[in-house]
Write a protein that binds this ligand. Structure first.
Ligand code: NAD
Length: 516
């Protein structure tokens, strides 16, 4: 028995209603689950790509059939408005399946490699992508359907098996994924394990071939250390402290409403939430007026849900109180009711307070005023995190120049972070935002490994470089060196060429089969 029986959420953050109980996975069950996943994976990898696509297409149909139910459940478990769950989770996930099914064959195709026929006579080479094997997918609670599927769908299509651990806060949404795959895949190919940190730790310690982890920096660090011990590759998608830069020439109406959405969607519980704004001093007053007016129109429950957990609420409350104690001016919000914290905009001058340096993961938006683009860039870059960032301006060239200096995985101009929902664009970060890549063919660099393949159709009994080396090989090697050396004189090159032409035939003769 592990401690997971007690770790699951029990009431809905949205309305306090009780949530059905969940059976935790016993730690002793994990070994068998992994063994079955290995067995199923070898069968699955042998299936044609068309058969794999067919299974995932059926999965998408089932997902949409249960879309309304899923929207309600996600809203109950996380607290987010149902409309957000439908748009950002159910519909976005269907799009993920469509995009991967459309592109996977091309993205998995072998890549031919041109070989120099003089150096490598009668040889053909290519690179093929091999599935990793068993992929452990460990996920957080903030997007309990969309985030797991961004990895699970391509992992399965690429020929892997998946053992998925949903967050202990959203285990019921996780369980539905298991139901949706039921009967579509070989037994054991997709398994859901339920529990908290202890089950996650056990899964990472099990004989898996890749750990795809999304979550906090603290947990990600533990996962990375455990994987490093055993040289198991891991992909880490961690926290963020995204900055939005509002230039002097920005469309302020669009910037105000876009930044309000980027900061407060999912009640700010988004790794790529806007958690810092750097606005140019020449437009700061007007921008803030428009931003505050926009935020005042947001309705609790309908637009902005509650914080999903008490721990998250406590972090938000702490960041807010410390900022106010440090002199921040509250422009709108700052109140709470149960787990509901009102969308809050503050004017902040102290870059060292937690609201500017730590991930809040809640509806807090500190705004800082800057005198230039360079100041905005250097203050935006002064963060341990580097997930996404946005630049709001009418001057695209200027934005591209600024983007080149920003230290983030994703940059959006005149919008924020929504590219995470576009399956063809890579989602990745730098620094403490992690090393993972989801979406696009780049994700396959984690989910598969490249295998070099070479076939040699040379009928000669030996290659030039094979043993025994004989007396002719050394002068050949020295001559080649002289011919390639940049500082070699014309005379030395001619001499080397002469030696090469004299010794190569001797060497070739030595490679011929002995006369019988
Ligand atoms: P968390 O780290 O507490 O938990 C994430 C998952 O890891 C859960 O399933 C948990 O049970 C498991 N876990 C915890 N400790 C573990 C360990 N030592 N070994 C193995 N598994 C372990 O994170 P959370 O509170 O659920 O999620 C919020 C965090 O996730 C935020 O920091 C957010 O920024 C980040 N996040 C990042 C992205 C991204 O794409 N970069 C997306 C969503 C969320």
């Amino acid at each position: 028995m592990n401690d997971s029986a007690n770790v699951f959420s029990e009431t809905s953050p949205r309305n306090g209603s009780p949530l059905p109980p969940v059976r935790g996975t016993e730690l002793v069950e994990i070994a068998t689950i992994i063994t079955l996943a290995h067995q199923a994976q070898s069968l699955w990898a042998e299936r044609s790509i068309e058969a794999r696509i067919e299974a995932l297409t059926s999965f998408k149909g089932r997902l949409l059939d249960r879309g309304t139910e899923l929207g309600k459940l996600i809203s109950l478990e996380t607290g987010k408005p149902e409309v957000e769950a439908l748009l950002a989770e159910v519909l976005a996930s269907a799009e993920v399946v469509d995009a991967w099914c459309k592109h996977i064959s091309g993205w998995l195709e072998d890549e031919m490699v041109a070989l120099d026929a003089t150096s490598y006579p009668k040889k053909e080479a290519w690179i093929t992508r091999v599935p990793r094997g068993v992929v452990a997918v460990i996920m957080p609670w903030n997007y309990p359907l969309a985030l797991p599927l961004r990895t699970i769908v391509p992992a399965l299509l690429a020929g892997n098996s998946v053992v998925f651990k949903p967050s202990e806060v959203t285990p019921r949404t996780g369980a539905i994924l298991g139901e949706l795959f039921q009967g579509l895949l070989p037994d054991g190919l997709f398994a859901v394990v339920q529990g908290g940190r202890e089950v996650g730790t056990a899964l990472v310690a099990a004989p898996v071939d890749l750990v795809a982890f999304t979550g906090s920096v603290a947990s990600g660090r533990k996962v990375a250390a455990a994987c490093a011990e055993r040289f198991v590759p891991c992909s880490l998608e961690l926290g963020g402290k995204d900055a939005a830069i509002v230039r002097h020439d920005a469309d302020l109406d669009r910037a105000a409403s876009g930044i309000a959405w980027g900061a407060f969607t999912n009640a700010g519980q988004n790794c790529a939430s806007i958690e810092r704004v750097y606005v140019h001093e020449s437009v700061a007053a007007l921008f803030l007026k428009k931003l505050v007016a926009t935020v005042q129109t947001l309705r609790a429950r309908d637009d902005v849900g509650p914080l999903t957990t008490q721990a998250q609420f406590n972090t938000v409350q702490r960041h807010f109180s410390e900022a106010v104690a440090g002199g921040a001016e509250v422009l709108v919000g700052g109140t709470s009711d149960g787990l509901y914290f009102t969308p809050t905009v503050l004017r902040v001058t102290d870059d060292s307070c937690a609201i500017v340096t730590e991930e809040s993961f809640g509806p807090l938006l500190p705004v800082m005023i800057v005198a230039s683009d360079d100041e905005a860039i250097s203050r935006a870059n002064a963060s341990r995190f580097g997930l996404t960032g946005s630049i709001w301006t009418k001057d695209e060239r200027a934005a591209e120049r600024m983007a080149a200096k920003l230290r983030t995985g994703v940059i959006t101009i005149n919008n924020h972070s929504f590219s995470g929902a576009i399956p063809l664009l890579p989602w990745t970060g730098v620094g403490e935002s992690g090393t993972g890549i989801t979406n696009s063919h780049h994700a396959l660099d984690h989910l598969t490994r490249p295998r070099a393949m070479l076939v040699d159709r040379n009928k000669a009994p030996r290659e030039l470089w094979w043993m025994p080396y004989g007396a002719a090989l050394e002068p050949i090697a020295r001559s080649l060196l002289e011919l390639k050396r940049p500082g070699s004189s014309l005379g030395a090159k001619l001499q080397a060429l002469f030696v090469l032409l004299t010794h190569l035939p001797k060497r070739w003769r030595g490679l011929l089969p002995p006369k019988s």
